[in-house]
Design a protein around this ligand. Sequence first.
Ligand code: ZN
Length: 321
Amino acid sequence: MASQTITINGNNPNIQPFLLRKAFDTHVHVFDPRLGPYATGRAYTPEDAPLESLIAFNQRLSKDPNENTIILVQPSPYKNDCSVMLQCLRKLKTQNVNAFGIAVLNLDVTTDAELKGMHGLGVRGIRLNLQADGKEVSVENLVSALQRTADRIRYLPGWIIQLFVPGWSWDCLHDTIRDLPVRVIADHLGGMLGPSKLPSTLQLNPTSQPGFKSLLSLAKQGRIFVKISGLYRMSNEMSMNFSDLQSIVQSFATEIPDQIIWGSDWPHTGDGHSRLNKSLEMKEPFRIINNSGILEQLREWMGDDVYSKMLVENPIGLYQN
Ligand SMILES: [Zn+2]
């Protein structure tokens, strides 16, 4: 079949949609300067990605878009000002689109009453994103951020912490997360790299890379959900739909089938490494990603049952009303 997302059209009966009924896309962003300005000191300025385009994207991929759920994730150019995301959650509610949100907040200035208000709008967690600016991550800072965040949100029903960190960090975070009063979502394959991005010593056996065992162990204890998303951040094999990630994805599918969820990561922003010293005046283009091709591949790698768990059953249990 033709391999670009743009060629998939809901009106064409010959083209099969790829999301199952009641599927969750657990990782999407809205970038809309009409709704609110980006933060000063942000790492990059993205192209526009308004809510209407997000809904159109979801519908193109779906069999029954009305029954889908999308999770808006606060993207880094807005830093900890979630007002654009909250506006979108309100709008989606009026349009009867099922949606939740994951916020980024400065918890020192956010009151419990404000958190409760956000819960009412569908926010279900806090994202700690320490990779967007391409700088190094300090484990000590991360451990204390995890503990402080968990302490504030533990009383809010269904709230989780979402974390995008390099794969090796799970070794250092294992005991902290094991004992945390809230569960964690590991973004983008938990940061596990495919052979095309690994040093030669690890290329033959990518599941032996640092952090992998700890991540699986936390998931088996029910403490972590691994998000199958952002494959293009973990592999350079663009033309092959990132097929070097097969052993990693299959290991998740076999070992922790009840702890995986899927996210398109629409509109597919670039990554931190290419951003250092770039001008903020320039809008950074999005990647062009063959989402249907990736979904097809995931289904093949996992089998129908686990594929359905990832898209439907697992996220239903995680994002509660
Ligand atoms: Zn993203």
